[in-house]
Design a protein around this ligand. Structure first.
Ligand code: ADP
Length: 423
């Protein structure tokens, strides 16, 4: 029976959440897009639906999230989680707040929380302000994100224009007192008519308190990490009866490819590290792609030895990204890169790559859709929030990594490939 239904605003966010839930040993099933058929009998306790609505139009985001909610309710879920990025990636128009408000309305709840913290990845919220490691969000590399540049660190200020209800804060001084105190504060804020509560958390014990205080809420929202304690809490209170069997790592072909469409600071370092190891590589330039199409990269790929896990990347420094955006427009440059990497993924699979590592949230969405992957079982985690996922594409069994741009260590690409090589 489905205990928790989660809706994620992008594909890497969904695998991140699914990976953290699966740490507890529970079976987590991830769907890419709203499943077309009704829920089956093989449902997992935790069902996650990955959408690609972080930067979609508001109408599209609301419609997709509503369809996902309906499917999860049909699957029997009584509690729901709205997952967005731990760096609160959004524009003043949304989509984090409007989707949360729509879900609240549908579920008939008057209050929810916003807990973006992911301390293992350096995201912490203190006094409503989001930090990325030591830097406030608006001084972190997120200020230069190609699609959702984050120019303010205060989550209350970011959220307020996105919602119609009132926004409040449960700060660290309350969270540090533990779940009972936090529950009281939330009730107090509810009595004052505060519908949207930003909740501080700076370490995993804070997240435990937040999850404990909020585990009965019909709707929670946040980054992935605040959901991590939920399986354990549900086991303790009997909501979940047992830990299901973990998925078996399937036998996979040896070929691999790495596709990086993230322009994040960490992805730049990961690409540089992987190149320094002598990986065969092809750099995509959106301006050249716009003029000449993808035949050059696809021909190059066809000539590669996939046992050497070649790298195809558009990852570049902010100045280079801005230069191509100035020529093509932000959305157009992004779409050209995403479409090219999606075409590379299909070609790589057809050439025998059974392990495909993708860097970038939007990029992952484009690649997964192109590969026709509808459902994944969650496997071992390479880095916090980045698991291998097992699925079928066409008629081929493949393993996929969908890595959010800033996640993972510098050695991520080689770490990921060697994890599945291990006996
Ligand atoms: P992240 O997880 O780092 O946010 P995304 O894939 O979500 O990565 O977003 C990066 C966006 O930037 C994508 O739309 C991608 O196509 C685009 N992009 C990547 N490289 C370039 C580039 N060199 N020039 C312009 N846009 C780029």
């Amino acid at each position: 029976m489905t205990v928790l239904g989660a809706i994620a605003d992008d594909f890497t966010g969904a695998t991140d959440l699914a990976g953290l839930l699966a740490r507890s040993g529970v079976r987590v099933r991830l769907h890419t897009g709203v499943p077309q058929g009704p829920p089956d009998d093989d449902g997992a306790a935790f069902e996650v639906i990955a959408l690609k609505i972080r930067t979609a139009s508001l109408d599209e985001a609301l419609a997709e999230a509503l369809a996902a909610l309906k499917w999860l309710r049909h699957a029997g879920a009584m509690r729901f989680f709205w997952k967005y990025c731990s760096t609160f990636d959004s524009t003043p128009a949304g989509n984090i707040g409007p989707v949360a408000e729509m879900l609240m309305r549908e579920l008939g709840v008057t209050q929810t929380i916003y807990c973006a913290s992911f301390p293992e990845n350096g995201r912490r919220v203190f006094m409503g302000n989001l930090f990325v490691h030591e830097a406030p969000l608006n001084e972190s590399p997120m200020k230069d994100h190609p699609l959702t540049p984050m120019r303010d660190s205060n989550l209350l200020r970011l959220l307020a224009p996105q919602v119609t209800g009132r926004v409040g804060l449960a700060d660290r001084t309350i969270v540090a007192l533990g779940p009972v105190a936090l529950r009281k504060r939330l009730d107090m804020l509810a009595a004052e008519g505060i519908a949207h509560v930003v909740v501080d958390a700076i370490d995993n014990s804070d997240l435990d308190s937040v999850a404990t205080a909020c585990r009965s809420m019909v709707l929670m929202t946040g980054g992935s990490a605040v959901a991590m304690p939920l399986p354990r809490l549900y086991l303790q209170d009997g909501t979940l009866s047992r830990i299901a069997d973990k998925p078996v790592i399937p036998a996979l072909g040896p070929g691999a490819v790495v596709l990086s469409g993230s322009a994040s600071d960490m992805s730049n370092r990961q690409v540089a590290d992987y190149l320094s190891r002598g990986a065969p590589s092809f750099r995509l330039d959106p301006v050249i792609l716009a003029k000449a199409g993808t035949s050059a990269v696809l021909d190059w790929l066809a000539a590669q030895d996939l046992l050497r896990a070649p790298l195809i990347y558009a990852t570049a420094n902010p100045e280079t990204v801005r230069a191509s955006q100035n020529q093509l427009g932000v959305a157009c440059a992004g779409e050209i890169v995403e479409a090219a990497l999606a075409a590379c993924a299909i070609r790589a699979r057809d050439l025998g790559a059974a392990r495909i590592v993708v860097a970038g949230g939007e990029t992952s969405g484009a690649v997964t859709r192109a590969l026709g992957v509808r459902q994944m079982e969650i496997g071992p985690e390479v880095a916090p929030g980045v698991p291998w996922c097992f699925c079928t594409s066409g008629s081929t069994k493949i393993a996929l990594i969908l890595k959010s741009g800033n996640f993972g260590a510098e050695t991520f690409f080689s770490d990921a490939l060697s994890l599945l090589d291990a006996p």
